[in-house]
Design a protein around this ligand. Structure first.
Ligand code: GLA
Length: 673
């Protein structure tokens, strides 16, 4: 057992519940809360996330925890487990008064005030000491409590303040740089390319964070600051986690990640968590949100190396923070919850239990809405609880994937720096490539580019701009050993110092791909080019990007058919060792992209997903086939010839089934009808 591994835990079915903030309510409400929780099948609640100011009144003071003791007792008596927060996400006013230097400062020098939340500089010793002290007190008081199941450290690290540019941070950044560059300023100068624009530093004391400057700050300075800022946030988490570990080594620890959230490196964070948790808020107004929701579910599962994960937060209805907040009123609460379970979640938790009456989130939905329990929302909450209880056989079971998408936060940080050929946004590129795989019913993992890729039939590298030597060799070796890779434009461009790998792009993979990219040629947003070639159809078009390419053995699958680069390759195939490497030099229209990916997946031996009408999601978990109709129409979908029992309805189905909008089936393995 490693120190971060409290050992395997028995799955207790699919857990259900949400953030519970009893401190916002008079005590008379608590008994009703617990009774309603039992009615809805709630068995896990997150308590105390923003309760610091209620729990402590002065630096180092004893906990004013009578109220929390009573809440914990009520929950324990009802058999409801607690994901207990260390309560350190929002420092109380007294801490800011005693240590105004904890307030974070933006890149343009603005000090952020008390009055919202997360108003702390992650490098501030005063903040960290106070947070660790509080975590220690929480562990001391509740470490042995029968309701305690999980520690919840902080909350959504980096959400509002991903980086701080204050003097304390500047000093911490310098210390971090000294360590990274072996206390050798010339090493920093080399890495940052400071011969450019007269930036040579003579001493580490001259260096600062990339504050707002007359024009683009040094890109490697920005990249290092992204690394540093992520490290500092994680150091806050780790400092609290160590205190909890020491006091309660048997209690697992988590903090809530946010899926495709650029500031925090999901791989590095998940490696430090016993349960990898996800907060997921797709927009119900967007008809494709379920695809984005599936993507982040697959990502979260992958971050934990396939271990079951917790959906730590989702809205039961509307959020309050978009310009227009549409509720989940078309069965999306149920459908997206089932989707999370299908994609590996062992818990479906919401923000929050009871919709607040005061404060900035009073128009955020809750499981108990403002209107009370004679409501659509409450009926959906109770119905979902009953359904999740039927899905216990899925708890703890794995989801397996044949395809991996490579994702590296370092590369993402570097890709989205300024002064590039075009402003590529990684989440958009990932979504474009994920969509056809989702439509095909092909489950996808995400993988770090240096991870072992051997179990995948197909590996996709979307705009993997920054690659280490190790990652470059890893992909080449994977293909050499029989794998199939699809590399897209603007991959393999720079090394970890953000220095261009010279001699033609993508320098580390030119032999693998059988081509050299001489020049990139981004397309203005409204411009498209026609595509021809063996995999084109009459309307095929490319957008966003094209390139001047010298083929060195690759075969053309798509080519640019008009404009100044007419005749240039747009998609290619190249054998390498026992495998194949494909390259994509543009973003084809969705139909062409789907056809290309289907062709590559078929050649790679990726098994075809079950055939279904559009809008019906299909995922397998632990031998169970989950089908969810996300479309607005009733559809007939095939379910295979063998009779299979549907865990949700209890009926046995075979061949074809009619699914209404929002309808879902969870089919037991065929041998267990
Ligand atoms: C985040 C936070 C919660 C709450 C929700 C609202 O996920 O963690 O405290 O603010 O957003 O959607």
């Amino acid at each position: 057992m490693t120190p971060t591994d409290p050992g395997p835990r028995e799955p207790r079915g699919i857990r259900y519940g949400g953030d519970y903030n009893p401190e916002q309510w008079p005590e008379q409400v608590w008994a009703e809360d617990v009774a309603l929780m039992s009615e809805a099948g709630v068995d896990l609640v997150t308590v105390g996330v923003f309760a610091w100011a209620e729990l402590q009144a002065a630096p180092g003071a004893e906990l004013r925890a009578g109220w929390l003791d009573r809440v914990m007792e009520l929950l324990a008596a009802a058999g409801i487990g607690v994901d207990l927060a260390t309560a350190t996400a929002s420092p109380p006013p007294w801490l800011v008064r005693a240590h105004p230097e904890i307030l974070p400062v933006t890149a343009n020098g603005v000090s952020l005030s008390l009055g919202g939340r997360q108003h702390y500089c992650p490098s501030s010793p005063a903040y960290r000491d106070a947070a660790v002290e509080l975590a220690g007190r929480m562990a001391g008081r509740y470490g042995g409590h029968p309701a305690l199941e999980l520690w919840h450290v902080g909350n959504e690290y980096g959400c509002h303040v991903p980086a701080c540019y204050c003097e304390v941070s500047a000093a911490a950044f310098r210390r971090w740089l000294r360590e990274r560059y072996g206390d050798d300023i010339d090493e920093l100068n080399r890495a940052w390319g400071t011969a450019f624009w007269s930036q040579r530093y003579r001493d580490f004391d001259e260096v600062g964070p990339p504050r707002v400057a007359p024009t683009f700050p040094n890109p490697t300075q920005q990249l290092d600051f992204a690394r540093f800022s992520d490290h500092e946030l994680r150091a806050c988490y780790l400092a609290e986690r160590e205190v909890l570990r020491a006091a309660t080594p048997e209690v697992p620890v988590t903090t809530n990640l946010m899926g495709l959230f650029r500031p925090t490196d999901g791989w590095a964070w998940a490696a430090e968590m016993d349960v990898v948790s996800l907060d997921r808020y797709p927009d119900p107004a967007d008809s494709d949100s379920h695809v984005q929701a599936a993507l982040v579910a697959d990502l979260n599962r992958s971050l934990g190396s396939g271990r079951p994960w917790y959906l730590m937060e989702q809205a039961p209805g509307a959020v309050n923070w978009r310009p227009v907040n549409v509720p989940k009123n078309r069965g999306q609460f149920r459908a997206w919850s089932l989707q999370a379970v299908a994609r590996g979640a062992d818990a479906v938790l919401q923000f929050q239990w009871r919709a607040s009456a005061a404060g900035a989130e009073k128009f955020h939905s809750g499981m108990v809405p403002h209107a009370g329990i004679d409501t659509r929302q409450w009926r959906e909450v109770v119905a979902l609880g009953a359904e999740l209880a039927k899905l216990a056989p899925l708890a703890g079971t794995p989801v397996s994937a044949h395809v991996a998408i490579l994702l590296d936060w370092e590369s993402w940080w570097a890709l989205e720096l300024d002064s590039h050929p075009a402003g590529l946004r990684l989440p958009e590129l990932l979504a474009e490539l994920y969509q056809p795989l989702f439509d095909a019913g092909t489950t996808v993992d995400f993988a770090h580019p240096e991870a072992d890729l051997g179990r995948y039939q197909l590996v996709v590298a979307p705009a993997l701009y920054l690659v280490s030597d190790r990652a470059a060799t890893n992909l080449t070796d994977y293909v050499g050993a029989g794998g199939t890779a699809l590399v897209t434009y603007f991959s393999g461009i720079v090394d970890p110092d953000d220095h261009v790998r010279l001699g033609g792009y993508p320098a580390p993979w030119r032999d693998l791909l059988g081509l050299d990219v001489e020049e990139v040629s981004p397309l203005p947003p409204t411009t498209t080019v026609r595509l021809g070639g063996p995999l084109a159809h009459p309307g095929s078009a490319g957008r966003r990007w094209q390139e001047l390419i010298r083929l060195r053995g690759a075969q053309v699958l798509l080519e640019i058919a008009d404009g100044p680069l007419a005749g240039q390759p747009a998609a290619t195939a190249h054998p390498h060792g026992r495998g194949s490497a494909y390259y994509l030099a543009t973003t084809p229209d969705p139909v062409t992209l789907s056809a290309l990916i289907a062709e590559i997946a078929a050649r790679a031996g990726v098994p075809a997903g079950p055939s279904r009408p559009p809008g019906v999601e299909a995922v397998e978990r632990g031998g169970h086939l989950v089908l969810i109709n996300h479309s607005d129409t009733t559809v007939d979908t095939g379910v295979g010839d063998d009779p299979r029992s549907d865990l949700l309805s209890g009926s046995v189905v075979s061949h074809a089934v009619t699914l209404p909008p929002g309808g879902a089936l969870v089919l037991a393995p065929p041998d267990r009808p």
